[in-house]
Design a protein around this ligand. Structure first.
Ligand code: 5AD
Ligand code: SF4
Length: 470
C-alpha cells in the first residue's frame, strides 16, 4: 500500500461533505430539527471517533440528546476488546427495539470495533433487525454517504468489509470541553499480540502526516486547550510508514516548538519500541507531561512470549529504569492481563512481583477474555475462572497498597494542577490533574476551570489526591 492510497484525497472528503449537505436539506424539511444521540464504549480512540461523528451530525443539522427516546439518530460506538464490553452493547442495542417501536423513523447505527467483525455484523443482520446502519472504524469517514443511503433507499446498510484502512483529514469535530482534546496521530496496529482483536478490526498501522498533526495541535493551543492527548494504538510506531520517515520522539520535539500553555500526553506506548531516545526527548520537552503509560501485560517472560509481546521481563524492567533515569518524577501506569491461556499461578505471581518491583502509580487490570479469531483463543486454558479471580485479587491488593502509599507521599506538597472540570460534589467541587496525570479532587471556585493553579495537597486515597487551590 503506498501513501497515495492510504491518505484520502480532498475530493473524497468533499464528496462526503456533499452528502452531509443533502442530509441537512432533508432535515430542514422536518417540523423540528432532529436530535442525535452518540453513545460511546471503550477506549479514548473511540471517544475521539465519536467526536468526529458528532461533528458530522452537527453539520447535518442535528442537535444532541442523551435520551434514546428523544433521538432521531442513534449511534452506538462499540468496543470489542473483551467479551464483557460486547455483552453490554448487545444489551443496549436490544433495548433500542422499543425506541424503534415508538418512533419507526428513528435511525439506529452501530459502529466501532464490534461492527467491524463479520460475526457481529451477521448477528445484527439476523437478530437485531431494528438496526439500520452498521459500519466499522475504517468506514467512519463515509458515515454521511452511508446514512444518506439509509435515508433515501429505505434499506439497511452494512459497511464492514475488511479494509486496509485509510487516513481522513479535515473531518468535522465536536470537542467535549475547552480544556482537554484528543489528537489521533496514527491508526491501526501491526503488532498482533496473540490475545488482541484490535489489529483485526482497526487495520494496519498508518501515520498521519506530521504537518497535519502539528496544524491541529497549534490550532488547539491557540484556542486555549490545556491538555492535548496524542492517540495511537502504539504511538511508538509513529512514522514508520511515512515517505519522509520520522519517529515519535521527533514528532514530540516538533510539537514542543508550538507556543502556548498546554501539556502533551500520549497513549499507548509499546515497550518494545519505547527507549532512551523517547525518554530523553520527553525529559527535554517542556510541554510533555511526566507521564508514561507503558503496558507490560505480564511479568512472566514465558507468558510474554506466548502473548507475542516482543520483550522479556528483564528487558521491560530495563526500559522502566531508563525512563526513571531520564525523568525521576515520571508517573508510570500499565495494563495487565491475568489468566492468559496456560498461565500458571506461579506465572501470575511473577506479574505481582513485577508490579511490586516497579511500583506503578496506577494499573488497568483485566482478566483474559478470549476473542474469536485471535491465536490465543485457540490455546488450551485449564485454569478456572475462580482461580484466575484469586490471582487477580492478589494483584489488586498489591497495587491498591502501592497506589495508596504513593498518593500519601504527595500530602503536604504544593503542586501545579490543571483544574479540568466541575465534579458536582459539594465538598470537592472541581476535578484536576497533576503534571503526571494523577486525579485531584479540588476545593476552589469554578472560575479556576481551564487554569493551572498551585494546589496544596491535603489528603489522598488509593485512587486520587485531595487539595485546595492556594
Ligand atoms: N482480554 C483481556 N484484556 C485484553 N486487553 C486486550 N485484549 C484483551 C483480552 N483479550 C487489554 C490489554 C490492553 C488493554 C487495552 O486491554 O491489557 O493493553
Ligand atoms: Fe492490541 Fe498489542 Fe496492538 Fe495493543 S499493541 S492494540 S495490545 S495488538
Amino acid at each position: 500500500m503506498d501513501r497515495t492510497q492510504v491518505v484520502l484525497s480532498a475530493g473524497a472528503i468533499r464528496r462526503q461533505e456533499e452528502f452531509t449537505r443533502r442530509i441537512a436539506a432533508l432535515h430542514r424539511q422536518r417540523a423540528h430539527p432532529p436530535l442525535a444521540m452518540v453513545d460511546t464504549y471503550g477506549c479514548q480512540q473511540n471517544v475521539a471517533d465519536s467526536q468526529r461523528i458528532m461533528g458530522m451530525l452537527r453539520d447535518m443539522g442535528c442537535g444532541f440528546t442523551q435520551e434514546p427516546g428523544q433521538a432521531d439518530v442513534i449511534v452506538i460506538n462499540t468496543c470489542a476488546i473483551r467479551e464483557n464490553a460486547e455483552k453490554k452493547v448487545f444489551g443496549v442495542v436490544g433495548q433500542l427495539v422499543h425506541v424503534k417501536e415508538k418512533n419507526p423513523e428513528a435511525v439506529i447505527c452501530l459502529c466501532g470495533c464490534m461492527a467491524q467483525q463479520e460475526i457481529v455484523a451477521e448477528k445484527i443482520r439476523r437478530s437485531y433487525r431494528h438496526v439500520d446502519l452498521v459500519f466499522g472504524p475504517q468506514a467512519l469517514w463515509k458515515f454521511p454517504e452511508l446514512l444518506y443511503g439509509v435515508y433515501t433507499e429505505k434499506r439497511r446498510v452494512f459497511s464492514t468489509g475488511d479494509e486496509y484502512g485509510t487516513i481522513a483529514e479535515g473531518l468535522p469535530v465536536v470537542r467535549e470541553s475547552g480544556v482537554k482534546a484528543w489528537v489521533s496521530i496514527m491508526y491501526g496496529c501491526n503488532n498482533f499480540c496473540s490475545y488482541c482483536i484490535v489489529p483485526y478490526v482497526r487495520g494496519r498501522e498508518r501515520s498521519r502526516e506530521a504537518a497535519d498533526i502539528l496544524a491541529e495541535v497549534r490550532q488547539l493551543a491557540e484556542a486555549g486547550y490545556r491538555e492535548i492527548t496524542l492517540l495511537g494504538q502504539n504511538v511508538n510506531s509513529y512514522g514508520k510508514d511515512l515517505d519522509r520517515p520520522m519517529d515519535f520522539a521527533d514528532l514530540l520535539r516538533e510539537i514542543d516548538k508550538i507556543p502556548g500553555e498546554y501539556l502533551i500526553r500520549f497513549m499507548t506506548s509499546h515497550p518494545k519500541d519505547a527507549g532512551e531516545k523517547l525518554f530523553e526527548t520527553m525529559a527535554a520537552c517542556s510541554h510533555t507531561a511526566r507521564q508514561l503509560h507503558l503496558p507490560v501485560q505480564s511479568g512472566s517472560s514465558r507468558v510474554l512470549k506466548a502473548m507475542n509481546r516482543g520483550y522479556t521481563r528483564e528487558q521491560y524492567l530495563e526500559k522502566v529504569r531508563l525512563a526513571r533515569q531520564a525523568m525521576p518524577d515520571i508517573v508510570l501506569t500499565s495494563d495487565i492481563i491475568i489468566g492468559f491461556p496456560g498461565e500458571t499461578e506461579a506465572e501470575a505471581m511473577e506479574t505481582v512481583s513485577l508490579i511490586e518491583e516497579v511500583r506503578y502509580d496506577a494499573l488497568f487490570t483485566f482478566i483474559y477474555s478470549p476473542r474469536p479469531g485471535t491465536p490465543a483463543a485457540k490455546l488450551p486454558d485449564p485454569a478456572s475462572r475462580a482461580e484466575k479471580q484469586r490471582w487477580f485479587d492478589k494483584l489488586l491488593d498489591s497495587q491498591n497498597r502501592i497506589s495508596a502509599q504513593l498518593h500519601q507521599s504527595y500530602v503536604g506538597k504544593t503542586l501545579r494542577v490543571l483544574a479540568d472540570g466541575e465534579s458536582g460534589d459539594g465538598l470537592w467541587p472541581l476535578s484536576g490533574r497533576t503534571h503526571g496525570g494523577r486525579l485531584v479532587h479540588l476545593k476552589g471556585g469554578r472560575e479556576l476551570v481551564g487554569r493551572y493553579a498551585d494546589v496544596k495537597i491535603t489528603g489522598s486515597n488509593t485512587w486520587a489526591l485531595f487539595g485546595e487551590a492556594l
